[in-house]
Design a protein around this ligand. Sequence first.
Ligand code: COA
Length: 269
Amino acid sequence: MPPRTALPPIDPIKSAADLPENGVAIWLTFLTDIGESERAAYRGLLDPHETERHDRYKVAGARDEFLVGRALVRTTLSRYRDVAPADWRFETNRHGRPSIVGEAAGGLVFNLSHTRGLVALAVSRGCEIGIDVEAVGRESATFDLAGRYFSPTEAEWVRAATGPALAERFFAVWTLKEAYIKARGMGLALPLDGFSFALDDATDRPTIAFHEGCQDDPARWAFLRRRVSQDHRLAFAASPPDRINAVRVLRTVPLSGSVTDIDATDGAS
Ligand SMILES: CC(C)(COP(=O)(O)OP(=O)(O)OC[C@H]1O[C@@H](n2cnc3c(N)ncnc32)[C@H](O)[C@@H]1OP(=O)(O)O)[C@@H](O)C(=O)NCCC(=O)NCCS
């Protein structure tokens, strides 16, 4: 593990001051922390397009993740700019990545991920970022997907493990690949076998290599991974790489004022 340097404790009231120019804040909301009164308030933050999307979800869990995700985005962005949570306006690129419309952005960039039980949001300024969270409890058949979605070297590395290590390797590669394609803003328009991750045996630190079909430069990127609960794994990608010099991971319940600084680190892991 790299050396860890404690950042000063966050002031939940003035957290804007705690997003350094080259830093990233990762905000986590666990769905078990949310009550019905909060959910009702979150619905009031949605714009008409979001409300329509929310109401279209047929699966209750996915609908809830969407609602809490949008509440987390809106309330968190309002920590950094003088814009009310319900007033943010978003647009999406042709691959679906949302960004803030107009001058309200003030350089802020964000990326959102949700999975069973957890929503995660990364916020920074003027850089490319991507985040992915996954719930690790899956049928073991899931791991066959390594052959379909991963590069040959990644699939070989995952399949070399057994038992719990197999799941850890699978989700390490999966979350890193998702974080990278989301940071590029292109989603699955990028070929998933056009780049490979490798994790250093000693440090667990991820590195990326690019193959034909995915033009990019490894020196542009830094990645980090976190085990954010017993059941959840997180990966984060940033360019330029010095963006992860100051990463703060915070747990919150949107609109509640509750913020816990769960992890402040210096550097990638
Ligand atoms: C859409 C995609 C970008 C992420 O999908 P996902 O992993 O299912 O979902 P996540 O919860 O991590 O992210 C969804 C959020 O990412 C954001 N997003 C959507 N398109 C995006 C894009 N092109 N780039 C960056 N972010 C994007 C949105 O905020 C979205 O939230 P919303 O649905 O509430 O609007 C894309 O990677 C995908 O379809 N993946 C499917 C899973 C897969 O096959 N992965 C292979 C892994 S090796």
